[in-house]
Design a protein around this ligand. Structure first.
Ligand code: KG4
Ligand code: ZN
Length: 351
């Protein structure tokens, strides 16, 4: 009996126990869920190693994943209080991300699923960020509006069902996280830029009128104008020899960058008649943005589902959560599943 035949014959569980594995960038993560209940989550990061180089060096990330993957999965299964044989499926990020990094998690997941004789589920990393909310609020059901803001994507999405999405607007250039990272570099702050900007912004005032990054009348964003405005502001001050507050620049940048995100998400929910806004992606870990979303959604009478900060940045619980969606849709991958560096936002269909 082939692997595919064996998997096809398995009865689907009501609340399956799913192991999630994530290795697309610099976090090696593993987590176990039972239905929508989180049993364990382990995140081993090479970010401090990467910080020495001011960004993620792919080969260093791949080596770090190779060193950490066994420990991450072993600990996740042990801390979940389950035996490997209790697992009903293995969900793994197959893209988008750094190819060598993805291959470490994907190869491990394939071997694990094959050895246990359970289905393998290939998860799109971004869908994972969007699914983190299902663990944060176990009663959450589509439809709702999703605000996605990560290192590679910024979008306002109408989540029609667990598997159907309509992209209302996305970034025309830099993603929100990328803008945080670039602004941090201009200010001489360490990688990763988002948390560094957030920290420095606490000491400053949002008093510099940087432009809002709306593009057109729809829901699209443009961050390159804001990034250029930050660069120009700092360079002009430096050229003129005028002192300026880096903390004020950080606070003003953060206010402009986050204001547009919250505003667009609330506008989309109102126009779509959705009663709930869901958020996901690394930038959603930003405390200022979280408060803004809470205030604006509260003011508009909208329910807001915000995953805990550690489930906004890269983690495997979100991969297991999207794995559950795919499990229930019967969307299993074969052992030929390959890693994929780019997956367009809104890609439909099976892997
Ligand atoms: O979702 P994520 O962890 O990885 C991707 O899938 O891209 O997002 C990483 C991005 C980085 O650009 C990082 O600077 C940003 O999220 N980020 C933040 C914060 N924490 C992470 N941005 C703003 N404030 C934060 N606290
Ligand atoms: Zn991510």
């Amino acid at each position: 009996m082939t692997y595919a035949e064996r998997i096809g014959a398995l009865p689907l569980q009501e609340a399956p126990v799913i192991l999630g594995i994530e290795s697309s960038c610099d976090e090696t993560a593993a987590a176990v869920i039972r239905g929508r209940e989180l049993l364990s989550s382990v995140i081993l990061s090479s970010a401090s190693e990467q910080a020495k180089y001011g960004g993620v060096v792919p080969e260093i990330a791949s080596r770090a994943h190779t060193d950490a993957i066994g420990e991450a999965v072993g600990r996740a299964v042990e801390e979940a209080g389950v035996a490997p044989e209790d697992l009903d499926a293995v969900a793994v990020t197959y893209g988008a991300g750094l190819l060598g990094a993805l291959l470490v998690g994907l190869s491990y997941a394939k071997a694990y699923a094959f050895a246990l004789g359970v289905p393998l589920i290939g998860v799109d990393h971004i869908r994972g960020h969007m699914a983190a909310a299902y663990l944060a609020d176990k009663t959450l059901e589509p439809p709702f509006v999703t605000l996605l803001a990560s290192g590679g994507h910024t979008a306002v999405i109408y989540t029609k069902s667990y598997t159907e999405f309509e992209i209302l607007g996305s970034t025309r250039d830099d993603a929100a996280g990328e803008a945080f990272d670039k602004a941090a570099r201009v200010l001489g702050l360490p990688y990763p830029g988002g948390p560094s900007i957030e920290k420095l912004a606490k000491e400053g005032r949002a008093c510099i009128p940087f432009p809002k990054m709306f593009s057109g009348g729809g829901y699209d964003f443009s961050y390159s104008g804001l990034k250029t405005a930050v660069i120009n502001y700092c360079h002009t001050k430096e050229q003129k020899g005028e002192p300026y507050s880096r903390a004020d620049v950080a606070a003003s940048f953060q206010s402009a960058a986050c204001g547009a995100l919250a505003e667009r998400a609330v506008k989309a929910a109102k126009e779509r008649g959705a009663d709930t806004v869901v958020a996901g992606g690394g930038v959603i870990a930003n405390g200022y943005l979280r408060s803004l979303l809470q205030a604006e959604c509260g003011g508009a009478g909208l329910k807001l589902v915000l995953p805990e900060k550690k489930f906004c940045t890269d983690n495997a619980a979100m991969i297991a959560a999207e794995g559950l969606v795919q499990y229930r849709a019967g969307n299993f991958a074969g052992l030929t599943l390959n890693a994929c560096a780019h997956i367009p936002l809104g890609k439909k269909g099976k892997q």
